[in-house]
Ligand binder design. Structure first.
Ligand code: PGA
Length: 235
């Protein structure tokens, strides 16, 4: 299966970051990366600004579940699509911790699919849950409640919350166990990403793990140098 290297810029950057795809291209040419997909998910205003002649996919970090309406401050899937997005991250733990429920995540994933884009559905356990030995059953319950009815065009990102932005990474054994479990649950065709402190130094081992089909990268995606090194590790 192709690898997807997905950058989640979170709330970083300004309009000068529109040049980052050019910078990325200078570091890793199109032919170098013919076998992988690169995705950048910037804050909303950068979606249309990103100078992207390079076949880098562009995605959003969130959307609203409704097609349109009186939802101040929200953005619809239709608008994201017209701005050039082909993926939308839904259910990131930073949004779940702000009150987004499994049902909300499912509704958003359904909306993304209905709009013709691909949802990247995030799941993952807290440190307490991991230490109580219930990580797998927690992720199972999240997936059961957050996945859309039709799973033929989705991506799943397993991101242990305690590994996000902390420099702590799940062990290769833990990643292999969780991804193996998710693979059994969802079947052979869905791309499974790992996220949580993926860096140039650990990318090769993580991306070489069974049932890991790419990575969702926060901190290390802000510099094109480290993002390109991670992408190279997937080749
Ligand atoms: P991180 O973030 O790479 O900075 O840990 C990953 C994410 O939140 O998607």
């Amino acid at each position: 299966m192709r690898h997807l290297i997905a950058a989640n810029w979170k709330m970083h950057g300004d309009l000068s970051w529109a040049d980052k795809p050019d910078e990325f291209e200078a570091l890793l040419s199109k032919t170098d990366r013919a076998d992988i997909d690169i995705l950048i998910c910037p804050p909303f205003p950068l979606l249309t600004a990103l100078k992207n002649d390079h076949k880098i996919h562009i995605g959003a970090q969130n959307c609203h579940a409704a097609v349109k309406g009186a939802h101040t401050g929200e953005v619809s899937v239709g608008l994201l699509k017209s701005a050039g997005a082909s993926y939308v991250i839904v259910g990131h733990s930073e949004r779940r911790s702000d009150g987004e429920s499994d049902a909300d995540v499912k509704a958003k994933a359904e909306a993304v699919l209905a709009g013709g884009l691909t949802p990247i559905i995030c799941v993952g356990e807290s440190l307490d849950v991991r230490e109580s030995g219930k990580a797998v059953s927690h992720v199972e319950a999240q997936l059961e409640a957050s996945l859309p009815e039709d799973t033929s065009n989705i991506v799943i990102a397993y991101e242990p919350i305690w590994a996000i932005g902390t420099g702590k990474v799940a062990s290769i054994d833990d990643i292999e166990q969780m991804h193996g479990f998710i693979r059994k649950m969802v079947g052979p065709y869905i791309q499974l990403l790992y996220g949580g402190s993926v860096k140039p130094g650990n990318a090769k081992a993580i991306l070489g793990t069974d049932n890991v089909n790419g990575a969702l990268i926060g901190g290390a995606s802000l510099e094109m140098d480290s993002l390109s090194q991670i992408a190279r590790a997937a080749l």
